[in-house]
Design a binder for this molecule. Structure first.
Ligand SMILES: C[S@@+](CC[C@H](N)C(=O)[O-])C[C@H]1O[C@@H](n2cnc3c(N)ncnc32)[C@H](O)[C@@H]1O
Length: 279
C-alpha cells in the first residue's frame, strides 16, 4: 500500500508487482520508455561483458523490459538469453527488436515474476538492471527476490545489478518521507513514491533508493557477497543513452565518481558458498 498522505509505505511483493505491471504496460505501450532510454548505457553494457556475460552460456535478464540490454548481449555473446518481465507490453517490444531467426533461437521470454521461471533452471549470469530490484517492494520483498535469484544462479555464477543511488535520485521525494521515517512509521529509509507523466496522465511508482551500505546489507542477508561496487554513471541515464557523445564522456568521467555519488550503483554479486555448506 502506498499512502500518499503520510508516506507510510508498506509495499509487499504481491501488491507492488500488480501495480508495477499496470504501470509498466502503459509505460511501454506509450513508447515513452523507449524514447527516454533508447539504447543501453554503453559503459554498463561493457561492465556486463567484462563480468561474465561475454563467456556465459546462459544469461537470465530479470525485468528485461524491451530488451535494450539483452538484445545487445545477443549480438555480442553466444549465450542463450532468457528475458523475464511482469509487463507483457515490454515483452512484445522485446520480440519486435529480435527480427533475425538465428538470434530468436537463442531467446526465451517469460511473462511474470520469478515464480514463472522454472525452478530447476540455473544461469551463469543473472541481470537485474536499472532499478528492477527497487521496484520489488519493501525490504522483505527485496530480500525475498534476492534469495530466489540465488536459487536460479549457478554456484560459479554472478548476479550483475544496478540500483538508484539515494544521494543522487529523487531528493524531494526522499525528503517527503523523512517525517514518517523519523517518527518510525516508515522504517525503511529510501522507500519513496515518485510520479511520472506519460500517456496523458500522472503515474505513481514505488522505488527504493540505495546507499552503498544498505545495498551491501541486503545482498549479505540474502546470501550474496558484493564485489566491484562502482558508480554506474555520473549523468542521468536518459542523458547518457540519448546522446552517444555524452555517453562516451560519461564513461571517461565515471571512474572518478565514488560509487555512492553515481546516478546508479552497480555491483557484481557472487553466491555465498560458505552459507550453502552450512544450510
Ligand atoms: C526501469 S525498468 C528496467 C528495464 C530494463 N532492465 C532496462 O534496463 O531497460 C524496470 C523493469 O522491471 C520490470 N519489473 C518491475 N517489477 C518486477 C518484478 N517484480 N519482476 C519482474 N520484472 C519486474 C518492469 O516491468 C520494467 O520492465
Amino acid at each position: 500500500m502506498i499512502e500518499q498522505a503520510n508516506f507510510s509505505i508498506e509495499a509487499d511483493a504481491h501488491s507492488t508487482a500488480i501495480k508495477m505491471r499496470k504501470l509498466y504496460d502503459k509505460y511501454f505501450e506509450s513508447n515513452f520508455y523507449r524514447e527516454r532510454y533508447p539504447v543501453p548505457n554503453p559503459a554498463t553494457l561493457k561492465f556486463l561483458l567484462r563480468n561474465g556475460a561475454k563467456t556465459a552460456h546462459s544469461i537470465l535478464d530479470i525485468g528485461c523490459g524491451d530488451g535494450r540490454y539483452a538484445v545487445a548481449l545477443l549480438d555480442q555473446t553466444e549465450a542463450n538469453i532468457t528475458g523475464s518481465d511482469i509487463s507483457s507490453a515490454a515483452l512484445r517490444d522485446f520480440e519486435k527488436r529480435v527480427a533475425n531467426p538465428l538470434l530468436q533461437s537463442r531467446v526465451t521470454l517469460i511473462h511474470g515474476g520469478l515464480d514463472a521461471i522454472p525452478a530447476q533452471e540455473q544461469f551463469d549470469v543473472v541481470l537485474l538492471i536499472f532499478g528492477v530490484l527497487s521496484h520489488a517492494g519493501n525490504r522483505a520483498a527485496r530480500i525475498a527476490m534476492l534469495k530466489d535469484i540465488r536459487k536460479l544462479t549457478a554456484p560459479w555464477g554472478s548476479l550483475l545489478l544496478t540500483v538508484p543511488s539515494a544521494w543522487r535520485r529523487r531528493p524531494i521525494d526522499l525528503f517527503k518521507t523523512m517525517p514518517a521515517f523519523i517518527s518510525g512509521k516508515n522504517k525503511s529509509f529510501g522507500d519513496v513514491q515518485y510520479s511520472r507523466q506519460f500517456a496523458g496522465s500522472k503515474h505513481d511508482f514505488f522505488y527504493h533508493l540505495y546507499t552503498v551500505n544498505r545495498l551491501k546489507g541486503e545482498l549479505r542477508e540474502a546470501g550474496w557477497s558484493a564485489n566491484h561496487i562502482q558508480a554506474e554513471s555520473v549523468l542521468p541515464e536518459k542523458v547518457v543513452t540519448q546522446n552517444p557523445w555524452v555517453g562516451r564522456l560519461d564513461e571517461l568521467a565515471r571512474p572518478l565518481c565514488p560509487a555512492s555519488l553515481g546516478y546508479g550503483i552497480r555491483v557484481v554479486a557472487k553466491p555465498d558458498l560458505i552459507l550453502d555448506n552450512h544450510s
